[in-house]
Every structure is written in C-alpha cells, then in structure tokens.
Design a protein around this ligand. Structure first.
Ligand code: TIU
Length: 229
C-alpha cells in the first residue's frame, strides 16, 4: 500500500494506512462529562469536550478506510485489586477512585462513568484496552495487539494531553511505533499544559513524535480508498 504524507511538525509524517492504528485514549465519561473523576479533581471538563467533534470525524474516516481503531479506558477492577493504594490516596479526595459518584463508582470497570462517551462509542470488533495506569502499554495487551496486527504507526487522540496521551506516546515511541498526535483531538484541562505538552512532542526533531491538526490528516487521506491489511 502506498504511503500517505501528512503536513506535520516538525516535518512531514509518512504512514501506510495498512500498518497504522487510530488510538482513542480514555474518552470516558469520567474525564469528559460533568460529575466524573475529572471534575472531582477540581477541573472544568469543557476544554476536553472540544476534542469530541474532530475525533469523531477522524474516527469515521478511519472506519470508512479500514484503518484499525483501538480504544483505551483508564480504570480498575470492581474489587480494586489492581489499584495501587498510592493512586487511591492521591489528592485526598472526598470521593476518589472506587467510591460511589453521580455516574457510579469512580473509574471502576462496568460503571457508567468508566465507559466511553456515546459520541465515540467503539464499533463492534474494535478492541477496547482497559488499563490501570496512565500509559496504555503498562499492564495491558496493547503491544501484543499492535504487533499481531502488524501495526507500526499510531494516530493518537484522546485525553488528557499531558497525562495519559503523553505517557502513552512516550511508551509507544520507546517501543518503535511512530506517533502522530492530532492536536485538536487531544485535550487538557489546562491550556498552558496543552500548549507545553504539544511542544514537547515535536521539539528536538520530534523527540516523541509528530503533531498535526486533524484537517491535515483528513486532507492527506482524501485520495485513499480502502486499506488492505
Ligand atoms: N487527571 C488527568 O489529567 N488525567 C487522568 O487522570 N487520566 C488521563 O489522562 N486519562
């Protein structure tokens, strides 16, 4: 399959759609909707909601072209055996991970708040990787899934930019995957962190990866018909 070239920073990003996955990181109600974990941490969720519409456009294009889509969710087993006490204690929250909140038990698998927002709900057959940490590779089978599918490149979307997105991109980069972070499809509760986190990825010749807007990706994919894996 021919390579696709995206106008990106610090320079063009080249990828083969047949060996690429779209990663949608932690677009869960607990982070993106009012009443969830993000809000309990003292944050305003509205900047995160702005990533939904562009991510939906990229997701629809990926599905149409047959690009592998993979979703992740941060959360824990109902018995909390995979929750480090240090993570539970962090923030001295009145309602913390595992406690009942407006959308069920906070960041617990199977609860309403833990699930992905309906706008970006996984389609049948799209792997959903449940992760106990911030990175998508730690204590998950994501790397196995990517290697088995022959994936080499990752189109990265999700929240939050400086936490789970950054941790995942760093983990992926060290494993040899080439990451394009879609600037308008990732979001932070803090505008200054969004700006700095994006700069860090593309600095030093693309030390962790590339950055582009979703429009640049969609433009680059205009001529592509389908992906054969
Ligand atoms: N708090 C925050 O910015 N993020 C997280 O706790 N998890 C993710 O980024 N998914």
């Amino acid at each position: 399959m021919a390579k696709v070239t995206v106008r990106a920073e610090p320079y063009e990003y080249e990828f083969d759609p047949a060996t690429t996955a779209l990663l949608v990181i932690d677009m869960q109600r607990d982070f993106v909707e009012p009443g969830g974990f993000g809000e309990m941490l003292g944050n305003d969720v509205s900047p995160l909601r702005r990533a939904i519409a562009p991510t939906k456009r990229v997701l629809e294009t990926a599905r149409r072209l047959g690009i592998q889509v993979i979703h992740t969710r941060e959360g824990h087993r109902p018995d909390l055996t995979d929750l480090p006490p240090t993570k539970k204690a962090r923030g001295k929250l009145k309602t913390g991970i595992g406690d009942p909140g407006p959308m069920g038990r906070v960041l617990v698998r199977g609860e309403r708040g833990h699930d992905i927002v309906p706008e970006l709900a996984p389609a049948p057959g799209e792997p959903v990787v449940d992760k106990p940490g911030k990175g998508s590779f730690y204590a998950t089978d994501l790397e196995l899934i990517l290697r088995e599918r022959g994936i080499r490149s990752l189109l990265v979307t999700g929240v939050t930019t400086e936490v789970c997105v950054h941790t995942t991109v760093r983990e992926a980069n060290d494993r040899g995957f080439e990451c394009l972070v879609l600037e308008d499809c990732v979001a932070s509760y803090f505008p200054e962190f969004q700006e700095a986190a994006i700069k860090m990825i593309k600095a030093q010749g693309g030390i962790f990866g590339w950055v582009a807007g979703s429009e640049a990706l969609l433009k680059a994919l205009e001529g592509v018909r389908t992906t054969t894996r």
